[in-house]
Design a protein around this ligand. Structure first.
Ligand SMILES: N[C@@H](CCC(=O)N[C@@H](CS)C(=O)NCC(=O)O)C(=O)O
Length: 205
């Protein structure tokens, strides 16, 4: 019997969004539990690391977004089955973590002018290098995706690139990925996949 899955996170994209897309793409039954700050405060002491996202699996609370994404990918058939391809998939996912580590300080910056300086630096340096590395790896594969079909790696990248291309990151030009055609095609393929597209439409704010 399929496990009962409840994903607990805040009512925002953040670390839960690739997991949500993977749950949808994998056609899994799941509950999208979006916590208020008050609900999170009440739950925090009972969480494995006092943080979210957490995936409740038949009552067991699995923490750490990457572990959750890999687990959900496995349930939904979104992880490569070959060991080497799975390792390559992990490497791509770690690249997305690197992107997040580099962008995160600008999210935390309260001083608007300083934040825009950080974003300008990211747009001129780290992000183009990152995009170029991703494009190089993606365009060496046979099709749109990093592997022979959509995996959690594609989902994770699209989940970060799509908002960037739609102006969610102030100070990062929406055209920043335009000169990376394979990457843009992959991102478009993920967000237009019917189940992902339906989820995005439902949660468009
Ligand atoms: N390494 C963890 C990080 C989790 C994390 O930083 N969660 C944040 C939200 S994105 C959180 O729960 N913050 C509230 C808190 O720490 O009290 C993961 O990838 O799941």
């Amino acid at each position: 019997m399929a496990p009962k899955l409840i994903l607990k996170y805040f009512d925002k994209a953040g670390a839960a969004e690739p997991i949500r897309w993977a749950l949808e793409k994998g056609s899994l039954e799941w509950e999208d539990k979006r916590l208020t700050r008050e609900e999170f405060g009440a739950l925090k002491p009972s969480l494995p690391n006092g943080q979210v996202p957490v995936l409740s699996i038949d009552g067991f609370e699995l923490a750490q977004s990457m572990a959750i994404l890999r687990y959900v990918g496995k349930l939904g058939g979104l992880n490569p089955s070959d060991d080497l391809a799975a390792a390559k998939c992990d490497a791509i996912m770690d690249c997305v973590t690197d992107l997040h580590i580099n962008i995160r300080p600008s999210f935390m910056e309260k001083d608007e002018a300083k934040k825009m300086e950080m974003r300008a630096d990211l747009a001129a340096n780290f992000i183009p290098k990152w995009l170029s590395n991703m494009e190089k790896q993606l365009s060496s594969t046979d099709g749109t995706f990093f592997f022979d079909k959509m995996t959690v790696a594609d989902i994770m990248i699209a989940c970060r690139l799509h908002p960037m291309r739609n102006g969610v990151l102030d100070g990062i030009p929406t055209t920043i990925a335009d000169s990376y055609p394979s990457l843009c095609a992959m991102c478009d393929a993920v967000v237009s996949e019917p189940k992902v597209a339906a989820f995005l439409a439902k949660h468009a704010k």
